[in-house]
Design a protein around this ligand. Structure first.
Ligand code: ZN
Length: 440
């Protein structure tokens, strides 16, 4: 006989409070200049390390990871565009978005026509500064609002970017919470964006809350892993370094763009059948609020790597408004006003619902399958007959009928058109009698 432990997650804070706590972490991390490497990214991991014992890994420049190599480490101290009379027009001190990430160092006087080739702005949003990167192209550049750009009227300007691109390291953080089973749920979030909130300080902050909750439980059925890494090169590096244990991953989510006002959106796995799709679609349909599901496509966040054909993990992405689908995306307007505690809380709540099903879902076997077992003599049936059946009893009948060793509780909930929690309550009651046993 196998013992089944029913997990009821203990929460130290209400969902609303967790939204507020996540927002505070976003405020703290917002000023740091992150990129795919460098001090701002490492500092971010060190701040997360205050919440739990994050395993911070460093991988040296030049290391080959599948088809990629770890790039040089980029660090920046200051950057500005200055008039020849010494007036600073654009200053990195005011916004770390002003410099194209991975700009190589430059300090020279340039004609305006040449400077223009290195400038990025958004004419349709004249107050916003765009976010641009040049990780694998050796160049330099500045991002500025269209209004700032229009003020550039002189023939020459001095440009200075005090940065360096040297052999160094790429850093990522890995936090593993072991449970009774090696079956693992992976939550991945990218950490490479500078002062941008929805994409993706929201993901970092929510993953931190979830990791804190799971690490404070006295016992868990399943294992959980949180990976905080730069997008693309970071997930590829993590996958390369963990190839031997990827087979433990049973489900997982890429957590990004998770704090805006849009409805929850689930991007499905590349395969037609995927356990994560089942888990998330059940939660979204059951919580009664508007949501969207979108089919897999090989663009977006790090699901691109987890769903590459050679990796093919059962991972999807649960977010709010997808990348590129909101006007503030990759601009200075993705700021502390765009994300709000209530939306962060709503995303946390959905993730906890998914985790709860992952924790408690199992396949049971009805121990009295010849006709219906007599529930009344076990105190599990109503005292008077005739009226319509109560949902709680109907749930028990569904569990007994489909606990033939072939159907999980989640599949039973879907067939019964009931919420997993209703089916779980019924299964817990039946399991406390002689009627239900866990399959091996
Ligand atoms: Zn992004």
């Amino acid at each position: 006989m196998n013992n089944h432990h029913w997990t009821h997650l203990k929460l130290d804070h209400s969902i609303e409070e967790m939204g507020e706590i996540s927002y505070s972490l976003i405020e703290r991390l917002y000023p740091l200049c992150r990129s795919i490497t460098g001090e701002g990214t490492l500092e971010t991991l060190k701040i997360l390390n205050e919440n739990f014992d994050l395993n911070i890994k460093c991988v040296a420049t030049g290391t080959q990871v599948f088809d990629w190599n770890i790039p040089k480490e980029w660090n920046i101290r200051e950057a500005y565009i200055e008039s020849l009379s010494g007036k600073k027009i654009i200053d990195f001190k005011h916004s770390n978005l002003h410099v194209v990430s991975y700009s190589y160092p430059v300090d020279k006087v340039v004609p305006l026509a040449e400077l223009e080739k290195h400038l990025h702005s958004i004419p349709e949003h004249p107050d916003w500064i765009p976010y641009r990167t040049a990780y694998y192209n050796e160049t330099w550049g500045f991002c500025l609002s269209e209004k700032q750009r229009q003020t550039l009227q002189d023939e020459h300007y001095r440009v200075c970017i005090d940065s360096d691109l040297k052999d160094g390291h790429l850093h990522y953080g890995d936090y593993f919470i072991p449970g009774e089973s090696r079956d693992e749920f992976l939550i991945f979030t990218h950490i490479c964006h500078p002062s941008l909130c929805n994409d993706n300080l929201s993901g970092i902050a929510i993953a931190t809350q979830l990791a804190k909750i799971l690490s404070s439980q006295t016992s868990l059925n399943k294992s959980y892993r949180f990976v905080f890494a730069p997008a693309t090169i970071g997930s590829i590096t993590w996958l390369h370094q963990n190839q031997d244990s990827l087979h433990n991953i049973r489900a997982g989510l890429v957590l990004a763009v998770a704090g805006d006002a849009g409805p929850l959106t689930y991007k499905k796995n590349r395969n037609k059948e995927c356990y994560t799709d089942q888990l998330v679609e059940h939660v979204l349909a059951a919580n009664g609020r508007p949501y969207k599901t979108v089919a897999f496509s090989p663009y977006g966040y790090d699901e691109r790597q987890f769903c590459s054909p050679g990796i093919n993990l059962p991972i999807g992405s649960l977010m709010r408004t997808p990348n590129g689908c909101y006007p503030e995306y990759h601009t200075s307007a993705d700021n502390l006003g765009l994300v709000q505690p209530e939306y962060l809380a709503d995303t946390i709540s959905a993730y906890l619902d998914v985790i709860n099903i992952f924790e408690n879902n199992a396949i049971f076997l009805n121990q009295s399958p010849f006709g219906e077992p007599q529930l009344g003599k076990r105190g599990l049936y109503r005292k008077t007959g005739g009226e319509n059946i109560e949902r709680s009893i109907l749930a028990k009948l569904w569990v007994l009928n489909l606990s033939d060793g072939e159907h999980s509780l989640l599949e039973i909930a879907e067939r019964a058109n009931m919420h997993f929690s209703e089916i779980q309550v019924a299964a817990e009651e039946l399991y406390s009698t002689d009627l239900l046993e866990l399959t091996t």
